[in-house]
Design a binder for this molecule. Sequence first.
Ligand code: SF4
Ligand code: SF4
Length: 332
Amino acid sequence: MRFPLKLNIDLTRYLVSNKLRKVEKFPLVLMLEPTHLCNLACSGCGRIREYADTLADEMSLEECLGSVDECPAPVVTITGGEPFLYSRIHELIPAVLAKGKHVYLCTNGLLLEDALDRMRNHPNLTLNVHMDGMEATHDRVLEQKGAFAAAVSGIRKAKRLGYRVWTNTTIFKETDLEEIDELFTILKGFGVDGFLVAPGFGYEAVGEKLFLERREIERKFREVFELSKRHRILSTPMYLRFLMGEKQLDCTPWGNPTRNPRGWKAPCYLITDAHYPTFREMMEKTDWSRYGVGRDERCSQCMMHCGFEPSVVSEVGKSWKDMWEMIVWNLS
Ligand code: SF4
Ligand code: SF4
């Protein structure tokens, strides 16, 4: 099974409960950024640029846990910045797990090997390590020599200790898919359980030329689709078809709400028009009808998973064919 059984059960229960209560807008994954502090300065990073003035700020442990309580999403992605630089990370992870949530911990891997000595494994915990290519490429994109070696050491140790480990790869304009094939083959050999692949987008705050535009994404992701026949890629088949230009989806910006030291970021992970003090205010005060492709110029090239994977969830229920495709994909 592609995703853990417990996650499938909890997600299904949550979706059915929202359907029965006729809740129209609900979150699936809380993106929790306790700090934007990072030990890297990757070329494509929007966060360290957008929040350059508040990089050293961090949420208190109580604020983090309060945010988890405010937002009913069954999955909490702890990210950043680099989450291992958050001063209370080793208290935060078990505390979120103790609330019955599923935790994806997104890290660049530099501190993973040492951090594992202070961590305890849990069935609802997944480590998600940033890997953008083989050694030379990865170190160049992350602008740090040794980043690949450090991440690989962390991954190998995590697998020896029995952790579920996924990797997360951003596909940029220059990404060579043959190299990604080689990378995934090596990572599979280390026991990595699945691969997340996302197109690189031009964050407002970055404005560089390494990002893909819509037509290029469609071309690149036809190659990624071929990779998905050989490797356990975790993007849903419908989202991959969307990325290949074969399926239309509307954005669901509230699906993956983001909480960081400034507040609840609206409207989405990618663009920022406001920060709200509470999740409820963010949901109620954001004019969601203003966002999405064709409604806001900043959305025109966006095919980001945080906006469109949640759309897959509502689409799947509309067609038996799509539902069957999802079931077969999840069991494979
Ligand atoms: S590791 Fe992540 S947060 Fe840090 S600079 Fe790179 S992309 Fe940004
Ligand atoms: S289309 Fe992209 S940028 Fe626009 S609201 Fe949706 S996720 Fe955000």
